[in-house]
Write a protein that binds this ligand. Sequence first.
Ligand SMILES: Cc1cc2nc3c(=O)[nH]c(=O)nc-3n(C[C@H](O)[C@H](O)[C@H](O)COP(=O)(O)OP(=O)(O)OC[C@H]3O[C@@H](n4cnc5c(N)ncnc54)[C@H](O)[C@@H]3O)c2cc1C
Length: 425
Amino acid sequence: MVDAHRTFVIVGGGLAGAKAAETLRAEGFTGRVILIGDERDHPYERPPLSKGYLTGGEERGSVFAQEPAWYAGAQVELHLGQAVTAVDRDARCVLLGDGTSLRYDKLLLATGAEPRRLDIPGTDLAGVHHLRRLAHADRLRQVLAALGRDNGHLVIAGAGWIGLEVAAAARGYGAEVTVVEAEATPLHQVIGPELGQLFADLHRDHGVRFHFGARLTEITGQDGMVLSARTDDGEEHPAHDVLAAIGAAPRTALAEAAGLALADRSEGGGIAVDASLRTSDPDIFAAGDVAAFPLTGWGGQRADRRVRVEHWANALNGGPAAARAMLGQDVTYDRVPYFFSDQYDLGLEYSGWAPPGSYDQVVVRGDAGKKEFVAFWLKDRRVLAGMNVNVWDVTEHIQRLIRSGEPQDLDALADPNVPLASLGG
Ligand SMILES: Cc1cc2nc3c(=O)[nH]c(=O)nc-3n(C[C@H](O)[C@H](O)[C@H](O)COP(=O)(O)OP(=O)(O)OC[C@H]3O[C@@H](n4cnc5c(N)ncnc54)[C@H](O)[C@@H]3O)c2cc1C
């Protein structure tokens, strides 16, 4: 029986929001739990949208965070297909697009992120796509199948994770693929140039063309159809469809309009939260892609800055952590960021945080040529991040090394015959 005296409202029907609702009930919260999402689908996980669901290997039903029937069973009030348009902090209520106002005692903002748009001529053509939502993946599946059937060309702007995963899926359908990337190597902002080359080689081996050091300047078309994609160095790539995969921006509009503190752009933007995921308003919390939380100082990282990570695991764990903090529990969110990706027959996990400029050395353990190795990013011999490629069950050890902040013996770190478990930390 729900006790209507206390109401917790969650804005955002993604993984962070769904997991927060689940945790509130699991922790015994008996008040009203209201989950509001502007998508019509029940909360789902996005990683399959550029992998198994896009290639056709995974069913639609497998992507949902919970069985749709779970919400009614757990007495979680779902408002799907409804956007929250404002947060009134004085009245402690949220306003919905249809004019309804809902009062809250505690509020969680789990509004996620949205794809960045190309700001060039031609983006209104029907063959220009983004990939964030199930509906986008449904459409892209059909597009890739048609391109494969007709020997069509897909141009992908951006060699980040999503761009590369879609490139792999598109090659699987038999489409011609060109990836245009402003940096000199793929995944530059995450793994830097040293390991980026490996991903360029992987995709080239599967028939993907790259155009590095260039940006799209125009998408040409006729009768609404895409014909080509032009770059700032004067090249023109044939294209039937274009995917803009140039990153995502945190959905901070509600928080900003409500006067909540935002993180600096150098910290990835987003809603600034403390280690318990509390915003500058003590009754409002934020989690998932939209939240910028303090680095805890592990691995010799600076503890005085925030970081915003767009990772599945951060939504999976951050939603529950915020829920516990909303319940008044003592919460310190100090997870090492964790990410995974699958491209062709390469699977990887990445732990930590080491963008270019933050590390001074990369150490590889194993055989990068055979695509079976662990790479470490270090600063002053301390591990900031580690990525295991086609090597499994090592995440725990990598994260332990990151957390320890201990200087490492580099020869031992690079030697696959020295067990990771035996290394200092
Ligand atoms: C194609 C794709 C592949 C990915 N693959 C991986 C991967 O392999 N590994 C990995 O670690 N991560 C991956 N990610 C990232 C991961 O999916 C995200 O980190 C995760 O979805 C974040 O969850 P979230 O709940 O914070 O935000 P979201 O999933 O973005 O959910 C937020 C929800 O809130 C809604 N919303 C926003 N504003 C409002 C409002 N005002 N009112 C109502 N509703 C609102 C949004 O529409 C959305 O439904 C991938 C992401 C994408 C898009």
